[in-house]
Design a protein around this ligand. Structure first.
Ligand code: PBG
Length: 346
């Protein structure tokens, strides 16, 4: 029994019957807006938001059918979105490409093309919005013809060979101006290898946000539509590298390893179905911990909002505040611009 967990106040309230009802009335402080504000334990601000953006070749916007209100952005539209992020005070955006099908190969080599969609967008956004945090994903799935995050050989995902390519991808992204690289591939040892690779190439200032506890989830479906990896993946699944949804001690080991290998920040993904993991990671490690409110969570909430089954604004903010309550430093969410507008009273 950890004695420090039981504070004197908690002991007093539970053992002292004089403090109970009717002397203690929990509703007293809830009676007024001003006192509700005073006793609020957690709050959501625009500083907590990271906005994921989908990139497409060419210009303009294409809607993502399974994510109403979310578009794939051409270069011009991506720069506009970045400027809107700056205007709203959103600290950072995270970029994900829909690689044209003819550029997808078994080894995902397009990920190391310095003129690929992400690198091109990084340079353009950096120029237009110098102070905006730019996060770039590291994984092969948007680039491989089979839709996996690593190299596939005889039905197996090769670990160490994949890590070598991921390091090369990190270097190309750093060169293009990414402030943060975010490995989402779940290969073993990739954080250490990427950190060493970045440091050796003069990018010791580039941060690593590790998708440390990433589960093999059904909630990624709309994202895979958005980047076009669902067609490539077909009936395949990612259970040999992403985590079993039933596990929690294993999540702690994953996070511990990524921190030991040099992660600056860690992430739990998906978000709402894994709030217990977010809380455990935040409490255990006390390092900047992020949650990803993934595409399926967005689709689910947005679908209900658009049908009038849930009130849009309140549901959105409540779903995001939950991450703060669980101990997250911030959240990646497709609601970022809408939430920021609400939080700013726009
Ligand atoms: C790919 C990646 C995925 C997401 C972020 N990076 C999908 C996957 O692992 O299949 C999902 C994000 C979302 O669903 O919003 N490495």
């Amino acid at each position: 029994m950890n004695m420090r967990r039981q504070t004197p106040a908690a002991t007093a309230t539970t053992s002292n019957s004089a403090a109970a009802f009717p002397r203690t009335r929990m509703r007293r402080v809830r009676a007024h807006e001003w006192s509700r504000r005073l006793v609020a334990e957690n709050s959501l601000t625009v500083n907590d938001l990271i906005w994921p953006l989908f990139l497409k070749a060419g210009s303009g916007r294409d809607p993502v059918t399974s994510m109403p209100g979310v578009d794939r952005l051409g270069l011009d539209a991506a720069v506009e979105a970045a400027l809107e992020a700056v205007r709203l005070g959103i600290p950072a955006v995270a970029l994900f490409p829909q690689t044209p099908v003819h550029l997808k190969t078994p080894d995902g080599a397009e990920c190391t093309n310095p003129d690929n969609l992400v690198c091109t967008a990084l340079r353009a956004i950096r120029k237009a919005a110098p102070g905006l945090g730019l996060i770039a994903d590291i994984a092969l799935d948007p680039y491989t013809s089979h839709g996996h995050d690593g190299l596939l050989e005889d039905g197996r995902i090769l670990n160490d060979e994949s890590v070598a390519i991921l390091v090369a991808q990190a270097l190309v992204l750093a060169e293009a101006g990414a402030d943060v690289v975010a490995p989402s591939d779940m290969m073993d040892g990739r954080i250490g290898a990427i950190r060493d690779g970045l440091d050796a190439a003069g990018y010791s200032h580039v941060q690593i946000l590790a998708y440390a506890a990433k589960f093999a989830s059904a909630f990624y479906g709309p994202f895979r539509d958005a980047v076009g990896s669902s067609a490539s993946l077909g009936q395949g699944d990612k259970r040999t590298y992403q985590m079993d949804p039933g596990n929690t001690d294993e999540a702690i080991r994953e996070v511990a390893l990524d921190i030991a290998e040099g992660a600056d920040m860690v992430m739990v993904k998906p978000g709402m179905p894994y709030l217990d993991i977010v809380q455990r990671v935040a409490e255990t490690f006390r390092v900047p911990t992020f949650a990803y409110q993934v595409s399926g969570e967005y689709a689910m909430l947005k679908g209900a909002m658009d049908n009038g089954w849930l009130p849009a604004d309140k549901t959105m903010l409540e779903s995001l505040l939950a991450f703060k309550r669980a101990g997250a430093s911030g959240v990646l969410t497709y609601f970022a611009p809408a939430a920021a507008r609400l939080l700013r009273g726009e």
